[in-house]
Design a protein around this ligand. Sequence first.
Ligand code: RFL
Ligand code: PHB
Length: 389
Amino acid sequence: MRVQVAIIGAGPAGLLLGRLLQNRGIETVIVERRSRAYVLGRIRAGVLEQGTVDLLDEAGVGQRMHAEGLVHRGVEFSFDGDRHRFDFEDLIGRRVMVYGQTEVTHDLMAARDASGALTIYEADHVSVDDFDSANPRVRYVKDGVAHEIACDFIAGCDGYHGVSRASVSPDSLRTFERVYPFGWLGVLSETPPVADELIYAHHERGFALCSMRSPTRSRYYVQCASDEDVARWTDDRFWDELRSRLDPETAEQLVTGPSLEKSIAPLRSFVAEPMRFGRLFLAGDAAHIVPPTGAKGLNLAASDVRYLAEGLIEFYGEGSEAGVNAYSSRALARVWKAERFSWWMTSILHTLPNTDSFGRRIQRSEFDYLVGSRAAAQSLAENYTGLPV
Ligand code: RFL
Ligand code: PHB
């Protein structure tokens, strides 16, 4: 098989890139290791920046998002029970959209199916080869049969554990990493959200987050040890722990119910530089990871894809390599700002195992500063709702 762009991974990055390129007549094939059902079953992000919403609209897949997504004009922080609302609309005139990653993925898959573009699910032994040459190849095994795809470019959209970054020679790659000594235990439940907007709570027992997927479906998280065993968390234990970290009024209003999903995510900051190696590009989690506290992972995947699609469209439309050559530096400039914001949100909101009393006072003073300074609150608002692309 021969195609213009071979995309590895059918997560949001791969599917969105495929959509933007197909819309401009550029042929793509997506090779995904997992089944479609497995990809759709992963419960992940929930908050979309305005720029991500705009990009999904441009890709022609925004219809259901506008009908079913929830527009939020602010978030709340709760610090040892003291609550403060940050009104993004008032602070900087911007909002975010609460619409689950599962739904974004579903909409992109449906659009791809309708366009007739090929996605190969359950591909084994995927390899990316010869990307230092003008004739890169993707190889994989499907149902025991070996296949090869010849292409002009490979887009590595295969997440943190994917094969693309792992195929780059270690001396052409520089990585930056911080692993946090805690994780998030998340629960999805068919219960009405405890509040109309998200609540990020700092408490001496640990961080907690009240989020949602719809007016009847909630998503909650509590900070836990990174080696915590999810099997030790009954639903009752989770709800008790969550309540203990919220202010009394919110705790009182919490509606609990059976968990539909319960899982633990480790927290990590990671960046690989550069994001291009000859005719191989990395995009999304394949190139960088942020801790989920800033709600930036999916949004960064979308902004990478915007830059990459622009570069490839320019290459095929005008024969210019300027856009693909600029891809890595354009993307990384935005990535590092989101890394900083995600690290900062994580640092002020979590209980840090080895922090002394000085460190705890600094966390408190960060909160007090945000509450008391419109400039500080505006900085939070512009980062949370998304820096310009
Ligand atoms: P994905 O979604 O990991 O997709 C990669 C795809 O590649 C496939 N793959 C392979 N395919 C072929 N061959 C191989 N060798 C392969 N290896 C892997 C995988 O099966 C998969 O289908 O990466 P992508 O597309 O870059 O998207 C990134 C986002 O998924 C991620 O950044 C976000 O989910 C992060 N995130 C959040 N981001 C936000 O913007 N807002 C949020 O509110 C938010 N909350 C979260 C989050 C991530 C979380 N977890 C579980 C890490 C909350 C949590 C709890
Ligand atoms: C979510 O709803 O899953 C969610 C929301 C905000 C975050 C992280 C996760 O910062």
